[in-house]
Write a protein that binds this ligand. Structure first.
Ligand code: FAD
Length: 340
């Protein structure tokens, strides 16, 4: 049986490990994390699976990977009693920002226009908006539950998981001699081997607001501070937005928190009474074109650059990685031939 060492237990590493185990490989996961925890960017994600909304700024490849990954998550959720919410997503804008909504509709596909009555029918607590774009075929999931479930599924399928182990570059080099393949899925920490990897800081809040009920992610467009809100169970909402080019930062700024909270208030004034239950910050690993890449170096594959599409793209990228390990053919658009 061929053996693979996967370094990192974010959504990239665990998706690869899961596919490898299904394909019959012996898998050893080595991670600096203690368990699925706040040490990985995947912990802070919104969990939006929004391949159509992302067309606004992403390359077409993101949609291709996204649609494939959504099929994977739907099946995985059904098998592991996870919640996969296929209620679509809504995009709204204040009356003065209606031109942004029109622009968003021109840059994306897969949406229909809703009027005030239709918005109220879907989301009564957004009934004060006159128009919205509804992306009916989008979905969302709860990233922490998903990462935990992937972790457990890998363990049940026979993977060994070595936790609290931050490998040095020389240890990674040594690992190459111990197994058939090494997958480097260290997220932003892999900048030591990939200097063109950059961090895009994202800040988020979890709010508890019993006065607001929402069933689907909502994006509020704004010329400077667009935000999104993702519903979690029990009237908890993940509020996120910021995209700042900084390689690492573990602290949220007052400016970002003010912007996020004012935007939540604009979405529904009842958020003024919400309780802040968590503030989180992390930097998304990204390359210049904001597309995921797999780089091959001897028997080591680097899987990285998932940017704001970790959950949207990781399973589809992982499937391609395992196809490559099986066949040796380097023919897919996620493989970065310039750096092999
Ligand atoms: C605020 C925010 C919101 C987001 N929302 C979404 C969203 O709605 N939808 C979506 O699809 N994506 C979203 N993302 C993006 C997504 O979170 C990332 O693309 C994804 O988490 C990247 O996953 P990764 O596995 O590459 O890296 P990580 O999750 O960071 O995992 C890296 C792993 O490597 C380990 N590691 C690091 N160094 C070492 C070492 N030397 N030795 C051993 N282990 C090591 C770490 O402990 C960790 O386990 C969001 C991101 C942020 C910050």
């Amino acid at each position: 049986m061929k053996s693979v060492a996967v370094i990192g237990s974010g959504v990239a590493g665990l998706s690869c490990a899961y596919y490898l185990l299904k394909a019959g490989y012996k898998v050893r996961i080595i991670t600096a994390s203690h368990c699925p925890d706040e040490q990985c960017c995947s912990w802070w994600a919104g969990g939006m699976l929004a391949p159509y909304c992302e067309q606004e700024s992403a390359e077409p490849l993101v949609e291709t990977l996204g649609l494939e990954s959504m099929a994977f998550w739907q099946q995985f959720a059904a098998q592991h009693q996870l919640s996969y919410q296929a209620h679509g997503s809504l995009v709204v804008a204040a009356p003065r920002d209606q031109s942004l909504l029109r622009q968003f509709s021109e840059q994306t596909q897969g949406a229909s226009w809703l009027d005030n009555e239709q918005i109220s029918g879907l989301e009564p607590d957004l009934g004060h908006f006159s128009r919205a774009l509804w992306f009916e075929n989008e979905a969302h999931l709860e990233p922490r539950a998903v990462v935990l479930s992937l972790w457990q599924a890998c363990q049940s399928a026979g993977a060994t998981i070595e936790t609290d182990r931050r490998l040095s570059l020389s240890e990674i080099e040594g690992l190459k001699g111990e197994v058939d393949w090494v997958l480097d899925c260290r997220g932003l920490s892999a900048r030591d081997l990939m200097p063109d990897l950059r961090g895009v800081k994202g800040e988020m809040l979890h709010l508890h607001c019993p006065e607001v009920e929402l069933s689907r992610p909502v994006r509020l467009l704004h010329p400077r501070h667009p935000i999104y809100l993702v519903p979690r169970p029990d009237n908890v909402f993940m509020l996120g937005a910021t995209m700042l080019e900084v390689n690492s930062s573990k602290r949220a700024s007052v400016r970002s928190m003010l912007e996020l909270l004012s935007a939540a208030y604009a979405l529904n004034p009842a958020f003024a009474e919400a309780q802040i239950i968590e503030i989180g910050v992390d930097a998304r690993p990204a390359f210049n074109d904001n597309l995921p890449k797999v780089r091959v170096n001897d028997n080591c594959l680097s899987v990285n650059g998932l940017y704001r599409h970790g959950f949207l793209a990781a399973p589809a990228v992982a499937r391609r990685v395992v196809d490559f390990i099986n066949s040796g053919k380097l023919c897919d658009e996620v493989f970065d031939a310039n750096h092999s």
